[in-house]
Design a protein around this ligand. Structure first.
Ligand code: PEP
Ligand code: MN
Length: 363
């Protein structure tokens, strides 16, 4: 797939505005307060996909006129979310500059196809948020459907992924998924929607810095003139002045440099890292060999593969060791789970294999 840029301005690209358009005054007040903040686009949701009914579901069509006023009176380009063909039609009629596809919509191929069909032959730029579930193929699938309809000006918006249970994030970032998208499509612009990832104000700045450090093209941020009174997503919205202070304080680092000292020290570290990575694989392979030896012993005595007590003890010891070495508990748990999964898999294969095969592996 080939993409054309949505944004022509210099990096970082900033998209900001309220979660929802609530009143004409609120929309215009936010836009005026953001007029000189260097934003490329003003955002406001008109139709709001809420997780549960009863929450504010958007002001609907009247809000489009307010966005027209933002364009004409404040001079900012505007974007809003479209989730079906009817939204597309209304937004086209009202001259909305850029459309965005929300996370719940990207997750549904029927909806994405409906939007793609409604846009066939129309030259409009689109922002495509990641689907709510951590599925890179589904995200790419949305781009493919839109691309097949002839749309070329598209950018990705990473807004994190739903997860069950407590987390410091509202939507877990799973940075690697976005990095994989960047590597698959190096020319596709990508913004980080820190508001929906964080779900709270106090972690916005550090998440934005993370996005800059990962070379995102820019940010999408929810900004409201009275955040605590917002009709949707109150906990994550910030004041226009907080937005200005935050973006001014972010460090935008160069992707690389030709400085010889820099290149030499980086090269040293990289070759040491490469060596360690090789060692890690060798060590894991040795561990797996022992695991296979155990499998044969277990098989002989007809003992089950999974030994919960042993796994619990191992886990505790490693979490403690991780803690002492400044490694997060989350990382140790993930690493151990992956190693344990592979061990079980290897043992299963051996224990259920015919005897001759088991002997062969043992040699
Ligand atoms: C939004 O941007 O306000 C929104 C509803 O986002 P998402 O689709 O990422 O939940
Ligand atoms: Mn929101």
């Amino acid at each position: 797939m080939t993409f054309e840029p949505v944004f022509s301005s210099t990096r970082p690209i900033l998209v900001a505005g309220p979660c929802s358009a609530e009143t004409e005054e609120q929309v215009l007040a936010t836009a005026r307060a953001l007029q000189d903040s260097g934003i490329a686009l003003f955002r406001a949701g008109i139709w709001k996909p809420r997780t549960r009914p009863g929450a504010f579901e958007g002001i609907g069509k009247p809000g489009l006129k307010w966005l027209q006023r933002v364009r004409q009176e404040v001079g900012l380009a505007v974007t809003t979310e479209v989730a079906n063909a009817q939204h597309v039609e209304e937004c086209l009629k009202h001259g909305i500059d850029v459309f965005w596809i929300g996370a719940r919509t990207t997750a549904n191929p029927f909806s994405v196809q409906e939007i793609a069909d409604a846009l066939r032959g129309v030259d409009i730029p689109l922002l495509v948020k990641n689907p709510v579930n951590p599925d890179l193929k589904l995200w790419i699938g949305a781009f493919e459907r839109l691309h097949s309809a002839g749309i070329r000006r598209m950018a990705a918006v990473h807004r994190g992924f739903s997860s069950y249970g407590d987390s410091t994030y509202r939507n877990a970032p799973r940075w690697q998924i976005a990095i994989d998208l960047m590597q698959t499509f190096p020319n596709l612009e990508i913004l980080c929607d820190i508001s929906h990832i964080c779900g709270r104000r106090d972690t916005l700045a550090q998440t934005a810095q993370m996005a800059y450090d990962l070379n995102y093209d820019g940010l999408m941020v929810e900004v409201h003139p009275t955040p605590d009174q917002a009709w949707s997503d109150a906990a994550q919205q910030i004041l226009p002045e907080q937005f200005q202070q935050m973006t001014a304080a972010l460090m935008r680092r160069a992707i690389t440099t030709d400085d010889p000292d820099f290149l030499a020290s980086i090269e040293n570290c990289r070759s040491a890292i490469d060596e360690i990575d090789q060692e890690i694989i060798t060590l894991i392979a040795r561990r797996m060999q022992l695991v296979r030896d155990i499998a044969l012993i277990k098989k002989e005595k007809n003992v089950a593969v999974l030994q919960p007590e042993r796994f619990r003890a191992l886990r505790e010891a490693l979490l403690l060791r991780g803690q002492k070495n400044e490694l997060s508990q989350e990382f140790i748990a993930l690493l151990l789970e992956a190693i344990h999964q592979e061990s079980i898999h290897q043992q299963e294969r051996l224990m259920n294999a015919p005897a001759i095969c088991a002997n062969k592996v043992k040699v």
